[in-house]
Structures are given as structure tokens and as C-alpha cells.
Design a protein around this ligand. Structure first.
Ligand SMILES: [Zn+2]
Length: 343
């Protein structure tokens, strides 16, 4: 017996839904009104409440405990004089502390690691699986600004060096005749779980690790709405026509500069065809997905991704179970089977 499709739960408002996605739990007041108040920013930077989020070569400072990773914030005085060219970037306040992102160089890195020997600079995408949601959001916010600042050192119009303003949130060309302003760049992308009756579609890109399957996704192109991008990407990647699209939630994804806009879409039929981008497409019912994950023939995106969230919510709506639990069970089975083989 096949279950009826349950409509997307619209009783939760969009903000609440997005807040369930990793990197969205930044409860900071961004203090936008203070960004241009240099006196205020300097006082905040020099106050005891200042905390600095260090970034070295786009990597975040994290320390490990048995419970997982935690973000290490530097206190005033723990960092050499901030770099004059790259002043600290005001992120905001949680009501107790003022957070600033700072880029650090190799020698500053050595000093920081000497102060915090249990910490290391690591890739946030890898670390965020095991860390507190709020702090993952602070680090993601800092990383996104850092990436933008470091890749826009020169004016795109005249080639002169840019200078940072608004506490790190605006770049202005140093050529007075040009004075072009630019702002943090975000690349919008759509990500969509296509369903048809009791099944959902996952695809495999040839460049991904073996057995990795995920939802379809792609960048939004100029002159295109998010919905148009969903329709185009699904047709380009899988030759599927859609009959219904629902926006679900979004996620900042600073790897390097995306904003992921998540959708559910209902296909007209299960007819599909692989494309240059996707070498394999598979429809999964709930029992089919469970069997594939447990036997190890399918690996899913990590739980921090909106791809996983879209799939997990679909799975939970259809069968009332938790996809993370299924993935953990599959990992345990793999470990046990590896152990038996090694014995
Ligand atoms: Zn210029």
C-alpha cells in the first residue's frame, strides 16, 4: 500500500524552519547602526566584552573535547595589534559580548596556538558537525566576510586597491575618481528534493566520493527567479518536468559564498535521464532508502547540510522516523563489519 503524499507542513513559519538549518542560529544583534560609528567601534573593540573570532587562511579556531568541538574566541590583549590593513570586522553582540572577526597571519597564528594548545585552525565544514549550533553560526558569518574581504582586494572597475569601511562590511575603491562601493557577495543557489508520489529522487555526481547521493542543486542565474532556477536545474540535470514547487527554508553556506534556498518539488512522473552533471539518478521509497543506507550502497550528505535536512524532513513526514538515527545505525553496522573483517 502506498502512502498519500503529506503536504509540506506550512504551520511552521519560514524563519523557524530556516533556523533548524546549520549556520542559521546566529542570535547576534548585528549592530548595523554602529558600523559607521568609528568611535563606538573602537571603544567596543577595546572593552573587556570584546571577543575576536580569528581566521587563518579561511580556517576557524576550534578546540576539541569529548563532547565535540567548540569555538575559541580571543580576548582583548590575546592578539597582537590588529592588522592595520585588515581591521577587525564587527559581527555583533549576543547581549554580553561584542564579536569581531579578525584575519591573522602566520606569526599571529603561532602565538594564538601557544596560548590555546588544545586548539587548531580547521575547516569549518568538517568541524561544524560536532559543534554547538550558535557558535557554528558565528564562525560561518565570520568566515563569509573574511572570504569576501580577501578576494576583493582590488576594484573591479578600475583595478585600484579597495579599502574596508563600515567595520568590515563595505569596500570602497581607493581611487577618488572612481570610489566604487562594493558589498559582501553572496551567490544564491537552489537545492531541491524532487518527489513523485511515495518516492524521492537523489542523484550522483561523478566527482563526488563513491556511493554519495544527494538532492539536485544549482546556482541561480542572472535574470532568473528562484523558482525558474528550480525548474531549469531539475530539467537540465534529470530531464524531469515539475508540477508543483514549495519553498521550504534557506541556509547560509560559506563554502565559499552561497546562500542555499531549499525547495520541495513534485515531478509529473518518474521518467528521468542522467545528464553531464549527474551520472546516476535513483528514486527511493522509504523502505528503499532505508535498505540502501543500511547496506552501505548509498551515502548521504552530512547532517549539517540543507540537502540532508530536506531529505530528513521528507523521511520523517512519511514514516515518523529520524534519518540521523538511520545514518548512525548504518555507520555502526559498517564499523562492526570492518571489525569482523579485520579479525
Ligand atoms: Zn575603482
Amino acid at each position: 500500500m502506498s502512502l498519500q503524499i503529506t503536504p509540506v507542513d506550512l504551520s511552521i513559519d519560514q524563519i523557524t524552519r530556516s533556523r533548524r538549518n546549520r549556520f542559521t542560529s546566529v542570535r547576534l544583534d548585528r549592530l548595523v547602526e554602529y558600523r559607521d560609528n568609528e568611535e563606538w567601534v573602537e571603544a567596543a573593540q577595546n572593552s573587556e566584552a570584546a571577543r575576536f573570532v580569528p581566521l587563518w587562511r579561511s580556517r576557524s579556531l576550534l578546540a576539541s573535547t569529548d563532547e565535540g568541538q567548540y569555538a575559541v574566541y580571543l580576548k582583548p590583549g590575546e592578539l597582537d595589534r590588529p592588522d592595520a590593513i585588515q581591521p577587525p570586522t564587527l559581527l555583533g553582540t549576543d547581549g554580553k559580548r561584542y564579536f569581531f572577526a579578525v584575519s591573522i597571519n602566520d606569526s599571529q597564528r603561532e602565538k594564538v596556538l601557544a596560548l590555546y594548545p588544545e586548539a587548531q585552525f580547521i575547516d569549518l565544514r568538517r568541524a561544524s558537525v560536532d559543534m554547538d549550533a550558535k557558535h557554528a553560526g558565528v564562525l560561518a558569518y565570520a568566515k563569509a566576510l573574511h572570504y569576501w574581504q580577501h578576494r576583493h582586494g582590488f576594484c573591479g572597475a578600475c583595478g585600484h586597491p579597495n579599502r574596508l569601511y563600515s567595520s568590515g562590511h563595505k569596500l570602497v575603491c581607493g581611487n577618488e575618481e572612481c570610489a566604487r562601493q562594493s558589498f559582501p557577495r553572496i551567490d544564491p543557489a537552489i537545492i531541491v528534493l524532487v518527489t513523485q508520489d511515495d518516492a524521492c529522487l537523489l542523484g550522483r555526481n561523478a566527482n563526488w566520493p563513491p556511493k554519495h547521493f544527494s538532492t539536485l542543486a544549482g546556482f541561480v542565474e542572472p535574470g532568473e527567479s528562484l523558482e525558474d532556477a528550480v525548474v531549469r536545474e531539475v530539467y537540465e540535470e534529470a530531464r524531469i518536468r515539475l508540477k508543483e514547487i514549495h519553498y521550504v527554508s534557506s541556509q547560509p553556506w560559506p563554502f565559499p559564498a552561497s546562500s542555499m534556498c531549499g525547495f520541495y518539488a513534485e515531478a509529473e512522473s518518474r521518467d528521468c535521464a542522467t545528464s553531464e552533471e549527474l551520472e546516476e539518478l535513483r528514486w527511493f521509497t522509504v523502505p528503499g532508502l532505508e535498505a540502501a543506507v543500511l547496506e552501505g550502497s548509498v551515502r548521504l550528505s552530512p547532517p549539517v547540510s540543507i540537502a540532508f535536512r530536506l531529505l530528513a524532513d521528507w523521511y520523517s513526514r512519511r514514516c515518523g522516523k529520524d534519518l540521523e538515527h538511520l545514518v548512525r545505525k548504518a555507520k555502526k553496522l559498517r564499523r562492526e563489519s570492518d571489525r569482523i573483517i579485520s579479525i
